[in-house]
Design a binder for this molecule. Structure first.
Ligand code: DC
Length: 221
């Protein structure tokens, strides 16, 4: 079974996807972490992030795997765990840039399908329901207002002991939304058959329970 969870950054997708994977015992595939890793490795290799063929060639050499470790879903790239180094603001920006390159998306599309076909999975991203697994058994599109998403991000950063300015974070979110939604290939949009959910006012746990009920309804013959 494939469950597709799409939506913009900070809408609560990760929490929902993670809770669903835990409850159902499914593999959790954080596709954003794959784009982040490609951005991080490209920068480290000194590539021009707009050089589509060079970044795609690098992506082709990466092999991804997801493992649960101490209650965390960790992405491994060529056998190495990727941790906080792929979560910085710089990597967020760079991931958004390289994710607009069609050749890079094509490489990651194949890798995402390959990992997803191994076993029942929850995939979290931007185009899972529209492009990667258009036949997913369950699709959800989760949004929230940019202001609420910025507040949550600032809170998260403070908890991690990082300094954060609300205005900068909000601007960063608006820029990223624009780039992710306006790109020509696989832009961020809701699949026609995805359940639309807004976490601005609804608790994330309520969304989890609603989706779990939807999965169980599917499983009944
Ligand atoms: O979900 P995230 O913030 O970790 O994603 C990082 C970037 O990768 C984001 O700006 C958009 C891009 N992305 C994408 O284009 N398609 C996906 N399926 C997942 C992420």
């Amino acid at each position: 079974m494939i469950i597709a969870i799409d939506g913009p950054a900070g809408a609560g997708k990760s929490t929902v996807a993670r809770r669903l994977a835990e409850e159902l015992g499914f593999q959790l595939i954080d596709t954003g972490a794959m784009f982040r890793t490609v951005a991080f490795e490209s920068e480290r290799a000194g590539l021009d992030l707009y050089d589509e063929q060079a970044v795609a060639a690098l992506a082709r050499r990466l092999c991804f795997e997801f493992r649960w470790e101490a209650g965390d879903n960790v992405v491994y790239c060529n056998g190495v765990a990727m941790q906080q180094e792929i979560r910085s603001a710089e990597v967020s920006r760079n991931a958004s840039i390289i994710s607009a390159l069609p050749a890079v998306r094509q490489v990651l599309l194949e890798q995402q399908r390959e990992v997803g076909r191994e076993r029942s999975s929850v995939l979290e991203g931007r185009d899972i329901g529209t492009v990667i697994f258009p036949d997913a058994e369950l699709k959800a599109f989760i949004t929230a207002s940019p202001e609420v998403r910025a507040e949550r991000r600032v809170e998260q950063m403070c908890e991690q002991g990082l300094e954060a300015s609300y205005d900068d974070v909000l601007q960063e979110i608006l820029d990223r939304d624009r780039r992710d939604s306006e790109r020509e290939v696989a832009p961020l949009r809701r699949a026609d058959d995805a359940i639309a959910l807004d976490s601005t006012e609804v608790e994330v746990e309520e969304i989890v329970q609603l989706l779990l009920a939807a999965v169980h309804a599917l499983a009944i013959p």
